[in-house]
Design a protein around this ligand. Structure first.
Ligand code: ATR
Length: 279
């Protein structure tokens, strides 16, 4: 029997067991995927007992992503830049780490907005936290010629920008000028917590954003954030954050269970139903 799990502290709200559980059943695989609450002071013990527990791998969530990065082997260049791991797998008895957030982000973007072409214009990214890093890395790798990074704390944006400036143009901007920065942009991505259920609302003026631009909000509770609703009303193509969550799970499942799973409308509706049941 193949075993995998998700670790975090707390872990109650993770939807990963629902996603992987669905795929295990769908592909008729003799395997399990559960949640493990691992406090920070027990992370090392957990990782050391991987083999003993018979684990093929795990997902990693807050607050462990950076610590796991420093505790496992990392060969993927993108993961090295991010310094954070969300997927662990075993190869020849050794633990390896990968960050699949960027892949999830870009796969979902390409599927939902096929008209978006990375090479043609600037991308505005709101936020400069862990999620933003994965998004910026994926955009840079896709060939976006200019990234405009907007964050409340400018130094944090500056630190992030410096990681990518050798590859493309990355400018940083204060939150107060966010609406001006939207002029002639091709893509707007929100990676902040603004607009998330229970958080402050997003009050960004969209007037200067071209109607041809794509607007992507990585927040998925609610599925249609106020930002996406306003963008849709003015004719922009909109992309919600749920697909990113589903697509980032694909590489892990394949590494642990040997089958590349598909993100289907059925899986999508299963998670939507769960979000609705808990909101
Ligand atoms: P994650 O790892 O999910 O990206 P994070 O590292 O906590 O989470 O980052 C949250 C992002 O939301 C940050 O860019 C944060 O801005 P700061 O760097 O200035 O903290 C942004 N954010 C959170 N609350 C905000 C608010 N009220 N106004 C503007 N930005 C906010």
């Amino acid at each position: 029997m193949l075993k995998a799990c998700v670790i975090g502290w707390p872990i109650k709200h993770s939807r990963s067991p629902l996603i992987h559980g669905h795929w295990l059943k769908h592909y008729n695989i003799d395997g399990t995927y559960d949640k493990r609450a691992v406090p920070p002071d027990q992370l090392a013990t957990f990782l050391a007992s991987f083999e003993e527990q018979g684990l093929a791998g795990c997902n990693v969530t807050v607050p462990h992503k950076e610590n796991v990065f420093h505790s496992v082997a990392v060969t993927d260049p993108l993961t090295r830049i991010l310094g954070a791991v969300n997927t662990v797998f075993v190869r020849d008895g050794e633990l390896f780490g990968l960050n699949t957030d960027g892949m999830g982000f870009i796969t979902h973007l390409r599927k939902s907005a096929p008209a978006w072409k990375p090479q043609t214009g600037a991308a505005v990214v709101l936020g400069a936290g862990g999620a933003s890093q994965a998004v910026v890395a994926a955009l840079v790798e896709a060939g976006v010629p200019e990234v405009r990074l907007v964050n409340r704390t400018l130094e944090r944006a500056e630190r992030l920008a410096n990681k990518f400036r050798h590859k493309t143009t990355v400018t940083t901007h204060a939150w107060e000028v966010a609406s001006d920065v939207l002029a002639d942009a091709d893509l707007l991505v929100n990676t902040t917590t603004l607009g998330m259920a229970g958080s402050t609302s997003m009050e960004l003026q969209l007037d200067r954003l071209p109607q041809t631009a794509t607007v992507y909000d990585i927040v998925y509770v609610p599925l249609e954030t106020e930002l996406l609703r306003r963008a849709k009303d003015r004719g922009n193509t909109v992309v919600d954050g749920l697909g990113m969550l589903l697509h980032q799970a694909v590489p892990g499942f394949e590494l642990w269970f040997g089958v590349r799973p598909e993100v289907t409308p059925h899986l999508h509706s299963l998670i939507v139903a769960d979000i609705e049941a808990h909101s």
